[in-house]
Design a binder for this molecule. Structure first.
Ligand SMILES: [Fe+2]
Length: 383
């Protein structure tokens, strides 16, 4: 291969190389690995991302035959990676929203209007959150209507608030979360579903009553924990959530009463915690909702009869490149279940972008809470 050809192909090879490393990274992050191994994997992938292109330099100068051979084989592989990027990008952009889902729009919540300040918190995290273009402090409320033909008339108009991935830490502040939850409470949801990753520190356990207590006091609230919660005394987090009225369903199935109607909710915290719950026969004909922290478990939930599945964990990627979409996505399925609505068999899956994150960086992926109104066949369209 002459130098001109190598130079022409180099940008495509670099893009393909990055695609392969990121795909590998996402697959690893979707597995059950310890926190230290997680950090090691992150460093290895970062090193590979930066160092591997340097292996191509000897090809350009034609000095090291052995490295040249390795580089040449890898250049073919990276071109295949670029093809994969193009294929996945086209596939993603042609994705169709399930026909039952009606998007009613979204609105900025603007917690700053309550606080009188940004809610960014101290230190470098606070400063990073304040950089123009960073969406971390600017949550949105997304509204959807779900037209479920077979819905029990009693559940027609039921308002479900899906919240996920708070990651209580230093940024945003407790007051910011309090303001956002107060605004959610004003929506008067019938049912609040929380899909895990509440805290990023033991000190933040104290935030739970003052942020979520108001919401859980006025609505039926059900939750599970996420992988970050397992690092910070998960049993204590569960106890604190139960104390403010949450019903915790990790690894179990629970029958709750909403408008006097029984609804079953099952929780799956795999691959980090517990085991998948077994749905009793008597629950199988009831309206069944699944909470799975990772959307990877949504396929299990669909196979076990859940009509609606709610997930978080992937944060929508936090950074979404125009046309290409998110890049970092901790899932065995890569970017397949990034955010929004998906059909899996007869089930509908909603994946939340979450409200927080360990790293206070978001671009074109604002923090979100989601309000979903259920509709049955023959409902009054003027509602
Ligand atoms: Fe998370």
């Amino acid at each position: 291969m002459n130098s001109l050809c190598v130079l022409f192909l180099l940008p495509f090879q670099l893009a393909g190389h990055a695609t392969l490393i990121v795909a590998c990274h996402n697959w690893w992050y979707g597995r059950l690995i310890g926190r230290r191994l997680t950090d090691a994997v992150q460093l290895i992938h970062l090193a590979l991302l930066v160092l591997m292109p340097i292996l191509w330099v000897p090809i350009l100068w034609d000095q090291y035959p052995f490295v040249q051979l390795i580089g040449q084989y890898y250049s073919y592989l990276s071109l295949a990676g670029f093809g994969l990027l193009i294929f996945v990008t086209i596939f993603r952009n042609l994705r169709i929203v399930p026909s039952e889902v009606v998007c009613l729009g979204w609105e900025h919540l603007n917690p700053q209007s309550y606080l009188g300040h940004s809610g960014s918190g101290p230190g470098w995290r606070g400063r990073l959150a304040m950089i123009p273009g960073n969406d971390v402090l600017h949550p949105v409320l997304r509204r959807y209507e779900l037209n479920l033909g077979s819905l029990d008339p009693i559940l027609n108009g039921l308002k479900i608030l899906h919240i996920s991935d708070f990651h209580f830490g230093k940024t945003p502040t407790r007051e910011w979360y309090q303001a956002v939850m107060r605004m959610c409470g004003m929506e008067s949801p019938d049912l609040v579903l929380f899909t895990g990753d509440l805290v990023d520190g033991l000190a933040q356990h104290d935030w739970i009553p003052s942020t979520l207590g108001h919401l859980s006091a006025s609505s039926t609230s059900v939750g599970i924990l996420g992988n970050h919660d397992t690092w910070y005394e998960p049993k204590m987090i569960e106890r604190r959530l139960r104390n403010i009225g949450f019903q915790m369903v990790g690894g179990s199935v629970l029958q709750i009463q909403v408008r006097g109607k029984p609804i079953c909710v099952m929780g799956n915290e795999l691959p980090w915690r517990g085991s998948p719950p077994v749905v009793p026969e008597e629950f199988k004909n009831q309206f069944l909702i699944a909470l799975c922290h990772s959307p990877d478990e949504a396929i299990w939930a669909a196979q076990n009869g859940a009509q609606l599945i709610f997930s978080g964990h992937v944060h929508g990627g936090q950074i979404r490149i125009p046309l290409i979409g998110p890049v970092i996505m901790p899932s065995r399925y890569g970017r397949r279940f990034d955010s929004g609505w998906f059909r899996i068999g007869k089930s509908l899956l909603h994946v939340s972008c979450g409200l927080g994150g360990s790293q206070p960086v978001r671009w074109r992926c604002p923090p979100e809470v989601t309000m979903i109104t259920l509709r049955g066949s023959g409902h009054d369209q003027s509602c």
